[in-house]
Design a protein around this ligand. Sequence first.
Ligand SMILES: [Zn+2]
Length: 95
Amino acid sequence: MNLARSALKEKGYYFTGDGHCRFCRRGIEWWVTPNDKTQPRDRVTLTPHAATCPAGKQRAKQQAPPKPQLKLPTAQPRRTRADDAFLREIGVDPS
Ligand SMILES: [Zn+2]
């Protein structure tokens, strides 16, 4: 028996079936973690596939949220007639 396999089983993982990664098409094994989460692992080394999948990094990049665009004000807000009226009211010359 594969050493990694027995080590995983000792930790409480269990094997549920074979499969293929739908991103890189490599052979993987489906394992369930002690926390009851399904986890794809590389078929030979049994390392978590997320760490070795060549598509994984690319996907992470694609899923990263877009950077906020810093918008600089291009023009000062224009003063309206109402603003002018207000300025006159308070005794300021609007010109
Ligand atoms: Zn993959």
